[in-house]
Design a binder for this molecule. Structure first.
Ligand SMILES: NC(=O)c1ccc[n+]([C@@H]2O[C@H](COP(=O)([O-])OP(=O)(O)OC[C@H]3O[C@@H](n4cnc5c(N)ncnc54)[C@H](OP(=O)(O)O)[C@@H]3O)[C@@H](O)[C@H]2O)c1
Length: 318
């Protein structure tokens, strides 16, 4: 059992705790630290988590094996370095780095199946991926909230939402991204971050992809993956993940005959629990999860290229 501490007990930190507390034999949250402890006191009491006075106090506690960072983006780097110095395993919320990063979409059974269909050639050669991840984030937070700060949230919905779609593209395609062309604008508010961002990608494999992330509209996400034998589609409006997949294949006997998509369903799982147990198993075995040059690092390079492309109005090669 990995004894973990939650750092940053806001919306997502609480979600991560609730996904495993009392339900997992691999990881348990025993302690926590957050900027305003009064706001988190009731939650910690309910979940048997002792609140430390500071992050440094947590790091000095030898009864804690791992820290799970769910703090604003600009703090991740310093907090990771401090935790590594203190000899703790580190799980960090996206977007970032060379540690276990919170890309929970990889644990959706429907996306795992879509990747399997590319690997075993049921979908044929990967040609194109369309993705979007949108919602009303721009309306949810008060003006002074960190999510309205362009330094924390460059290229609008990219850090909060779009990075998940890019990670899914990398996971599905098994190929790095070669170039990006991005447009990003603020069309609704007269303050804060961009609300309408779109990107064209060319993968090194030759496949193409595009992504839209609009954070001043209703909630939705969708990925449609086109291969030379057919397509699959996943997405939802209510949940951050799905347990359904639609698939549609060309009839090799008669390519002109239109096919109805078939719906495949999967058992409901918690992607947050799956990602934290995956982390706990690796920590217990002292096995690194991310490797130099892996998708986590490439995703950061892609994000930086998107920010630059939107600023310069030019295609950026990675
Ligand atoms: N994987 C996903 O689907 C997903 C979904 C949502 C968010 N996230 C990620 O989760 C992270 C947190 O986002 P959120 O939506 O939970 O934000 P949030 O609700 O604003 O929570 C952030 C928390 O961090 C605390 N905090 C701020 N500075 C701190 C510091 N120096 N030390 C310790 N705690 C500090 C805040 O304290 P106060 O209470 O004082 O403000 C708050 O409790 C981000 O990286 C985000 O991208 C991931």
């Amino acid at each position: 059992m990995i004894r973990a501490a939650i750092v940053g007990i806001g919306g997502w930190g609480r979600n991560l705790v609730a996904a495993v507390q009392g339900r997992s034999e691999q990881i348990r949250f025993v302690a926590g630290a957050t900027r305003t402890p009064e706001k988190a006191a009731d939650f910690c009491r309910q979940h048997g988590i002792s609140l430390a006075a500071s992050y440094d106090e947590l790091l000095a506690d030898r009864a804690i094996d791992a820290v799970v960072l769910a703090t604003p983006h600009s703090q991740h780097c310093e907090q990771i370095i401090a935790a590594a110095r203190a000899g703790k395993h580190v799980f960090v919320e996206k977007p970032l780095g060379l540690v276990a990063v919170g890309y929970n979409w990889r644990f959706q059974p429907a996306l795992v199946e879509a990747r399997r269909m590319l690997e075993d050639a049921r979908l044929g050669k990967l040609l194109h991926i369309e993705g979007n991840f949108c919602g009303p984030s721009a309306y949810r937070f008060a003006r002074e909230h960190w999510r309205h700060d362009p330094a924390e949230v460059p290229a609008g919905g990219m850090t909060g939402r779009g990075v998940h779609v890019v990670d899914a593209m990398l996971y599905l395609a098994g190929s790095p991204i070669g170039s990006v062309f991005a447009q990003s604008d603020r069309l609704v508010h007269d303050f804060g971050v961009d609300d309408t961002t779109s990107v064209l990608f060319r993968l090194r494999s030759g496949a193409t992809a595009y992504l839209g992330t609009v954070i001043a509209t209703a909630e939705t996400w969708r990925l449609q993956i086109f291969g030379s034998k057919g397509w699959v589609q996943v997405g939802d409006v209510e949940h951050l993940h799905t347990w359904e997949l639609q698939r549609c294949f060309i009839d090799p006997q008669d390519v002109t005959r239109k096919q109805r998509p078939e719906l495949v369903t999967f058992p409901k799982t918690s992607t947050e629990r799956a990602e934290l147990e995956h982390f706990a198993k690796a920590a217990a075995a002292r096995r690194p999860l991310a490797v130099p040059g892996g998708d986590e690092v490439h995703n950061v390079a892609v994000l930086e290229a998107i920010v630059r492309s939107a600023r310069e109005g030019a295609r950026i090669h990675l």
